[in-house]
Design a protein around this ligand. Structure first.
Ligand code: AMP
Length: 356
């Protein structure tokens, strides 16, 4: 992994110059570009030829400059980005396409790349959830599966290829093709039933007049969504038509959700615990994160995953949510919130604390 010293040196060179906000044209790029442009910051989109037309379709959210690549798996244009004084905002596609390379990228990344490293490795992520004291699903090995379990393949592929198995025999029947290495990297979790809720948090230690206190700063609740996954979320349709269907969990959309107000305390507590544990484990997560949860029949939250960067669900509230409205009195989305933090940190001369 690149050292903090090297990134600090790059940031030092940005001092006194105009910065740019850069990201890959995918995932949450539209809201990030829109928010940065609104603040008069230059935006740079790393883009493929086919995707460019999509971003050109939205004049207020189109990046000021495109850096073209053949594929999002290509090496990241680090030098071009540094030459533009860019800070990269990481999102799910960057983590997925750049694989383990993102930890070495020689360009400043908003947040702490260590948190992405924890997110990327399912076992480290589970350690983080346990250190947080979250209630979590049981974890099985292929040999001891008891009852319905969800088998998660390595990488943040948006649920694609996940499968429910009922027993160890069922697992072997469906996953005998896995290599030893793949078997090591999958995770088998107890299948939790209930309502899925994805709260969008933002950790700050700069702004103290809003949010929920943590040991190191505050977590703001910027919004909440529910994912819509194909085909599990409309599986009643093929079943009603008499079509035998295997559940699949590929994310295709998100919808905004507002919870019963008495649940907000538990939601904030989860955000606080995950934030506190991040400081114990790897020096703290800054900026946006999400705890993926299921709220069970007795209104208990079970956390099954942490996303340690902006999540695609924030797109539903790119112009603000009920919750961000109660903090800001105007429509502030996660993109605006990130840009606001960067500008303030720059003004205070502490950008290096939340960029690595
Ligand atoms: P993930 O990659 O962990 O975000 O999971 C993708 C989707 O699979 C989630 O959005 C849920 O719909 C479903 N899922 C993941 N873990 C569980 C679990 N332990 N119990 C029930 N559903 C789950």
């Amino acid at each position: 992994m690149i050292t903090r010293d090297k990134i600090d040196k790059i940031l030092e060179e940005y001092r006194g110059k105009d910065i740019a906000i850069a990201t890959m044209c995918s995932h949450t790029a539209l809201q990030l570009f829109y928010a940065a442009k609104k603040e008069g910051i230059k935006t740079v989109g790393i883009c493929t030829r086919e995707t460019k037309k999509v971003y050109e379709a939205f004049p207020l959210a189109k990046p000021d400059e495109f850096l073209m690549v053949d594929s999002y798996r290509d090496p990241f244009p680090e030098d071009e980005l540094v030459a533009r004084n860019a800070i990269v905002i990481p999102h799910g596609s960057l983590v997925e396409y750049q694989k383990d390379r993102f930890v070495d990228l020689k360009v400043p990344i908003f947040g702490n790349r260590m948190s992405l490293f924890y997110e990327k490795n399912r076992h480290l992520m589970y350690k983080w959830m346990q250190e947080s004291g979250l209630k979590t699903p049981k974890i099985y090995t292929p040999e001891n599966i008891e009852g319905p379990a969800i088998v998660k393949l390595p990488g943040a592929k948006g649920g694609q290829g996940y499968r429910i198995v009922k027993s160890s025999e069922d697992f072997e029947k469906n996953f005998s093709h896995l290599t030893e290495e793949e078997r090591e990297r999958i995770m088998i979790q107890e299948f939790i039933s209930g309502i899925r809720l994805y709260p969008h948090f933002f950790f700050t230690k700069i702004f103290e007049d809003r949010g929920y206190p943590t040991n190191n700063g505050r977590v703001e609740l910027m919004g909440m969504d529910r994912r819509i996954e194909t085909n599990i979320d409309e599986i009643y349709r093929p079943l009603a038509a008499g079509i035998q269907t295997t559940p699949n969990f590929s994310i295709c959309a998100n919808s905004e959700i507002v919870v019963r107000e008495s649940l907000l305390k538990d939601i904030f507590e989860m955000g606080k615990k995950v934030s506190d544990a991040s400081f114990k484990l790897f020096g703290g997560l800054y900026g946006p994160f999400c705890v993926e949860t299921v709220c069970t029949d007795n209104l208990e939250f079970i956390g099954f995953e942490i996303s340690s960067r902006i999540v695609a669900g924030t797109n539903v509230s790119a112009f603000g949510s009920i919750y961000s409205g109660f903090s800001y009195g105007k429509w502030v989305g996660m993109g605006n919130r990130i840009v606001k933090e960067i500008l303030k940190a720059r003004e205070l001369g502490i950008l290096n604390e939340m960029v690595f």
